[in-house]
Design a protein. Sequence first.
Lengths: 446, 82
Amino acid sequence: MRSFRTRLEDRHPDLPLLVTEQKRLRLDDLALPPESDTSCPDGKVPARIALSLRAPEALIAALARLDGRAEAILLVAPALPPGLVAGLVTASGCDYVVSDRANLPGAVPPEALVELGLSRLHGGVTEWIMTTSGTTGQPKMVRHCLTSLTRTVTPMANLTSRPVWGLTYEPTRFAGMQVLLQACFGEGTLAVPDLGADIRTVLSFFARHGCSHLSATPTLWRRFLMHPDLAGLALRQITLGGEIADQAVLDALARRFPGARITHVYASTEAGVGFSVRDGREGFPTSFATDPPKGVAMAVRDGRLWLRPEGSASEYHSEQRLSRDADGFIDTGDRVAQRDGRYVFLGRDTGVINIGGVKVHPEEVERVINALDGVGMVRVGARSNRLVGALLTAQIVPSEPVADETAFVDRVLAHCRAHLMREAVPATIRLVDQLETNAAGKIRRA
Amino acid sequence: MENVIREVFNEVWKRQKGTEPPPLDADTLLLEIGLDSLGFAIVVTQLDEKLGFDPFSIAQDAYYPQTFGEFVAFYKKYAPKI
């Protein structure tokens, strides 16, 4: 098992590793201390360390220091509120929080990692604990390791022009980490725009630094396509992931970047695997069911996609309960339909709604709205939308007659905004006399 | 058509942002007025409820308008002919 640092040191030393608005760094500039191979001092327990770092160079340096030495690394988004960070740190059993944020009491700065003097793990692999976003903002933890995270990372065959990967995702999330690792281990450069920069600034940053490879959600790609400055980019690789890529966004990108390779990625958090499609068409060929891409086996049963990771499935553990059959296939919960020799994605069968790449549980939204005074019953559903995949709709039966409907809706919205992620706040709220129920008396979901 | 679109834009803006909506000219870049993807998606949904159609769903060509003028033209192009 080669560590993050060992693999990083395979890179050509002159190659820029990272560019930000302020800095351009090579591996040497990270000033990693010489590797020591000290054995574990008596009584010293391997550490579990939480990282919540704003500076990408600090994140890469910390990963280089900790992978293969720490028992576990918990990756926490730098924007996550302190209360939620504390909850994750406790739940994951971390001993230290390393951060360059000002609002995390008890955290130590990244420089303090040197003093920890961690020794190499013998016969063990560092756990990489990543988080996925939840409807109410409370993240769920998913365990990985460097091998499982780099399964799809490919060495660059043609090194005449090195890739410059633009980062549009939070690097502590799965999709962002994929881009970071591909740039680091694929002889590339990672271009990281400032947190919270507007779209013109981001596109101008990518153009100035020669961004050639870019991975984003279909929602963000549509947003880029709506901005004239996208024309300033010379993209060779376009990757879409995190939600369903429809034919319209694939066609629009193909027209704008005729020379680029366009890949849409399907990844299942449940199964811990995924696959890529490169033929520019939505969905995937039905032939994948009998002749699947490398590393995965698939089956479609009752309109649902089942996947089986090949070989190293044990490296991946999800906190969620999995439906796994006797052959090791895992139910992804994603519905597919056969159409013109393709399987196209229809959405989630589990009720989870994907809004611009954010998975929302309608039951959680209903619970939040139900807690508000004046709400009798509520049903939250989805309405499909071409820009963000889907939007939430809410139908509310007030507990008593409402005199001012606008004021009531505003009160519901304010309550939702206070308790839910932005994507989980219903886009439309309608007051109704009664909700449709099925024969069993359960509220019917559209 | 343009007036209905302006009206919906302004309504969504007020409800989402709680401030006075910005002026919209034909060459205003939609993405630079400060409404995010979700905000635009809500505008498209409200327009669907008001006008009874959504050009993003019915258009066969993959097109994403960049300016307010293009947005209005896109709606006019796909408006049901009476």
